[in-house]
Design a protein. Structure first.
Length: 182
């Protein structure tokens, strides 16, 4: 498992984030585990308040951690959103920003977080639909970080030219091979 550095979009600089990295692992039973680790004074971040873990739309409007999953050369992709509050969302798309539908999640994502004065980390473990099992995947890992003063920065492993756009094919840079059979 390798640590991957997140890049801030040049048009949306952060004021207080010193460093941002993610770890990603493909687990058994079609599960993905992601740890988002933000080095910043935690009291400068807008993290919301803990809530009941439930599905909710619009999480991207404030601090939100995201994972997009697709099979290489296939336009269908999935979007997962995770909030520090424990709320989450999951969607499917038939192509680039096309035909967005709520993705059925028979098992809700497992979310946890930890923080200190100098960092915030969120871990998410989520199941993929059966159609995404046993195939090589491409991921786009992204986040919106809102600071208490209202500053919003947009982070990804890679950014396309122009405005921040986590759905763009150029963001799908992390390759996760199919798990080898034991």
């Amino acid at each position: 498992m390798a640590k991957h550095s997140m890049k801030c979009h040049p048009d949306t600089p952060a004021k207080t984030v010193d460093e941002f990295a993610v770890d990603v692992e493909r687990q058994e039973n079609d599960r993905i585990w992601v740890r988002y680790h933000v080095e910043a004074p935690v009291d400068a971040l807008e993290l919301g308040f803990p809530r009941e873990a439930q599905r909710r739309d619009g999480l991207w409007q404030t601090t939100c951690f995201e994972a997009f999953v697709m099979e290489a050369d296939i336009p269908v992709y999935l979007e997962f959103n995770f909030a520090p509050s424990s709320e989450w969302a999951a969607y499917s798309f038939s192509g680039y920003r096309e035909s967005m539908e709520e993705l059925p999640m028979p098992i809700a994502p497992e979310l946890s977080n930890d923080a200190s004065q100098s960092h915030f980390a969120l871990e998410a473990t989520f199941e993929l639909p059966h159609a995404f099992a046993d195939i090589d995947l491409l991921l786009a890992i992204a986040a919106v970080i809102e600071e208490r003063d209202g500053t919003k920065s947009y982070w990804s492993l890679a950014h396309p030219a122009g405005a921040p756009d986590f759905h763009h094919p150029d963001c799908f840079t992390l390759r996760l091979p199919a798990r080898a059979e034991p």
